[in-house]
Design a protein around this ligand. Structure first.
Ligand SMILES: Nc1ncnc2c1ncn2[C@@H]1O[C@H](COP(=O)(O)OP(=O)(O)OP(=O)(O)O)[C@@H](O)[C@H]1O
Ligand SMILES: [Zn+2]
Ligand SMILES: [Zn+2]
Length: 787
């Protein structure tokens, strides 16, 4: 990882600075360039605000601040300003205020200041500008990502109008008779179950104010003006994870790790530490102690976790040790989100735990950022701005001169490489707490006929499950495919039932007999005969978790079985429910997708079975081996966490594959070594930088020719800048059609991110696609998803 501030146009304060000085310095230096000589003679005669927008044109543009607003407007606030020829004033974000000269240019006036206080402090404004630059996203859009919509909707005014349903028990027929937007508003009000302002409704139901007014006229909703709503107290999750308040004596490894982290905190230098601790080495305890150290000095910390590992168990560990913990997650209501954001900003919490967006938590005295399971792909946002929380955390930590701790049993090669090149410090915790051994891993070669059965579970795995059940132990089975059958194919003509919008095979789901596209959720009833040739006897091929569940139940009729995947975990709280049932021993066999692979700590799990280790291995993606190694290692880590040992059975068609071999020996270093060599050949990350541009449109050849002209522009930009950048494509990606749009992609490679970014910026600067073409493109810097 190179310094992400390297390519941002700013004079970063070098060396050691105190936080307070640094805060002031950060403000206003962003666009500092020497003024042109003819301006030097002119006195500063006007207050200027620099504003950015989320809609095109994105700015930044300068505006004059009228005298009566001078005191009010600060960077990080929103304003209303005229823009272009629009009749309505636009909302924009102020990134800078300064004195300047009005000579030689005519500035328009800021019309209104919308916030009483900045929604972002100066370091966060700076982070926004860095993200905007690095990820090539409009700064206004980045602001909108940083500040929850509920905060944006609520901040500002004092007395406002709240809407609620006049009849709380509207029947479905009445709702369905309404136009779509109005339906959405009613559904939103039902879901939120409390009065909402029109701004909140507009955000949540994605509508304008006119359907709200219409509903009021129809008498379906009523309005009332009230003082700002008293913020409800957050829902305290019950700490029903059956754990006692325990403060362990640290192991030597833990003590050593903690010392390194606290030393980094005390040094007040930004520093990245990679905590490479095997599964069950007690990383969480180290995090907690490190945060205790930070809190002692009145500072606070952010802990980023993949959403799915935010189990009650994890939050319980933190909530028992700190009085002020704010937990952020995707199932919060807008009101809760707003409440938590305010608490955080007022400095009332010491620890914020949450998924990737928690990296923006507005803690006033941030002293430490921790990223747990740092290898996890969910830290990358897959919509614009396509940021990676690890990179953003790094940028935020370095600019505040606080440490960033990356914790994992299976480091991303990016972080591993950072250690090898001196950009991060490696801390190892090579053994489990209590000197528990790592579990034995047995590979079952599925090519060996004698071991195979007609189902998904081989003979050795069947035997092991039976033995474990006899021993009153628990079993985890991993299969990374949901649904029943992954292909629906006609044996007579070969026709595969596919999604009309994505061209991908539909997955058969047994519940309700549905055929579902896993890319866009397109759903039809599974056809009983072949849609192409009418052959009666269509076949379900491929294995999903539903089919596995059926097989497991028939093989082990006395076992209590639960399935955990995207289908069974739709409802809020269902994840928690299954896990607590598993913990209390009401479930013998837990089977599911990768969501069972992470972070679970159950001592009675004596066996882990991986149904098909190869499923991720043959993906057209340079990270396929890394993902396979990570998944097998992580799920293996769920066993042997108690005093009764544990073992792992991995079924595979390629037992000799280096990633599977290394995972079976718990040998991360060997894996990293092999994989780094493989990537070096092609300059893949972390040895080089990659960017991807996806072009999508409704007409195939128009989309392709747009992609081709973009490639030409990229080539011209490369020439002009004299950069060494490899440009590949345009080519159809593995997902050549998605949600009814044709897709092409362009891959760019370079040794450094700077030239790569510059080339794309130059090429796209004035690249306008005619509206009639209906083609859009997105730039993905450091892509994770290559489909
Ligand atoms: N010093 C200690 N002494 C005894 N038990 C400990 C100690 N530290 C942690 N533990 C316990 O060990 C178990 C594993 O710890 P933890 O879940 O933090 O490991 P981890 O490294 O995060 O593992 P994973 O990567 O698999 O999630 C927990 O039950 C925890 O309470
Ligand atoms: Zn057919
Ligand atoms: Zn689809």
């Amino acid at each position: 990882m190179s310094n992400p501030f390297d390519d941002i146009p700013t004079g970063e304060t070098k060396g050691k600075t105190k936080q307070s000085e640094q805060k002031e310095a950060a403000q206003g230096e962003l666009f500092e360039t020497a003024p042109p000589p003819w301006e030097l003679a002119v006195a500063d005669d006007v207050a200027i605000a620099t504003i950015v927008f989320s809609e095109a044109p994105h700015g930044p543009y300068d505006y004059r601040i009228p005298d009566d607003l001078r005191e009010d407007l600060k960077p990080g606030m929103r304003v209303k300003v005229p823009l272009g020829h629009r009749r309505k004033a636009m909302i924009g974000w102020c990134i800078e205020t300064k004195m300047g000269s009005s000579a030689s240019r005519s500035l328009r006036d800021v019309a209104e200041v919308l916030d009483d206080e900045p929604l972002c402090d100066p370091p966060l404004v700076r982070l926004v500008m860095w993200m905007s630059h690095y990820y090539q996203a409009p700064a206004g859009q980045v602001f909108d990502t940083l500040i929850p919509s509920s905060v944006r909707a609520n901040a500002g005014t004092r007395e406002r109008t709240y809407y609620e349903l006049t009849n709380k028990k509207l029947d479905d027929a009445t709702i369905e008779s309404l136009p779509a937007k109005q339906q959405q508003i009613i559904r939103t009000l039902i879901a939120v179950a409390r009065p909402m302002t029109s701004a909140q409704i507009m955000v949540e139901a994605d509508c304008t104010s006119s359907p709200i007014k219409t509903l009021e006229k129809k008498g379906l909703i009523s309005s009332e003006s009230r003082r700002e709503m008293a913020t409800s107290s957050p829902m305290r999750w019950q700490l029903d994870d059956g754990e006692k308040e325990t403060k362990h004596d640290l192991t030597d490894d833990q003590t050593h790790a903690l010392e390194k982290i606290t030393a980094a905190v005390d040094s007040e230098e930004g520093k990245t530490l990679l905590l490479h601790g095997v599964t069950g080495s007690g990383k969480t305890e180290v995090y907690i102690r490190a945060i205790e150290h930070v809190v002692k000095f009145g500072r606070s910390a952010i802990v980023l976790v993949p959403e799915i590992s935010l189990t009650p168990q994890t939050r319980g560990r933190f909530e028992r040790r700190f009085p002020g913990v704010a937990v952020l997650h995707s199932q919060m209501t807008p009101a809760e989100r707003h409440f938590q954001w305010q608490r955080i900003r007022r400095g009332e919490v010491q620890v914020v735990i949450g998924p990737r967006s928690a990296v923006f938590a507005p803690l006033p005295r941030l002293g430490l950022i921790i990223l747990d399971e740092e290898h996890d792909g969910s830290f990358k946002q897959d919509t614009a701005p396509r940021y990676h929380a690890r990179k953003v955390a790094f940028a935020r930590a370095m600019s505040l001169k606080v440490p960033l701790v990356l914790g994992t049993a299976t480091p991303s090669l990016e972080s591993w490489h950072a250690c090898n090149t001196g950009h991060a410090e490696l801390i190892s915790m090579p053994s489990r707490v209590g000197n528990r051994p790592m579990p034995d891993v047995q590979l079952v070669d599925l090519r060996v006929r004698d071991d195979r059965t007609s189902g998904a579970i081989s003979r050795p795995l069947h035997k092991a499950v039976q033995e474990t059940l006899d021993d009153k132990g628990q079993v985890i089975l991993l299969l990374n495919r949901r649904g029943f059958a992954t292909t629906i194919q006609c044996p007579s003509c070969g026709h595969v039932v596919a999604c009309p919008d994505c061209d991908m095979p539909l997955t058969h789901h047994r519940d309700g007999g549905k055929a579902v596209c896993h890319y866009c959720d397109y759903t039809i009833g599974t056809p009983p005969w072949c849609p192409a040739c009418r052959f009666d006897g269509i076949r379900y091929g491929g294995l999903g978790t539903q089919r596995l569940e059926v097989e497991v139940k028939s093989r082990f009729p006395n076992a209590r079985v639960a399935r955990m995947d995207g289908d069974t975990m739709r409802r809020p709280g269902s994840h928690q429910k299954v896990l607590s049932a598993f913990r209390s021993g009401e479930i013998d066999i837990l089977l599911g997708t990768q969501m069972i692979a992470k972070g679970l700590d159950f001592p009675n799990v004596l066996l882990v079975g991986v149904i098909n280790a190869d499923s991720a291995l043959h993906f057209p993606d340079f990270r396929a081996a890394e993902r396979t190694f990570g998944l097998v290692t992580q799920v293996s880590g769920r066993t042997g966490r108690g005093n009764r040992g544990g073992r792992v059975i991995v079924q595979t068609f390629s037992p000799e594959h280096p990633a599977i071999q290394a995972a079976s020996r718990h040998d991360y270093e060997q894996f990293a070594h092999d994989e780094m060599n493989a990537r070096r050949k092609f300059n893949y990350p972390p040895l080089g930088s990659v960017a991807r541009i996806i072009i999508r449109g409704t007409v195939e050849d128009v989309t392709e020719s747009t992609a081709e002209s973009l490639v030409q522009r990229l080539e011209q930009a490369r020439e002009k800048l004299g950069h060494e950048v490899r440009i590949l494509g345009p080519a159809p990606p593995p997902m050549s059609k998605l949600r009814g749009k044709y897709r092409f992609h362009i891959l760019l490679q370079a040794t450094e991110p700077g030239p790569l970014g510059d080339t794309i910026r130059t090429a796209t600067e004035k690249f306008v696609i005619p509206e009639k073409d209906d083609v859009q493109y997105v730039v993905d810097i450091d892509p994770i998803d290559m489909l």
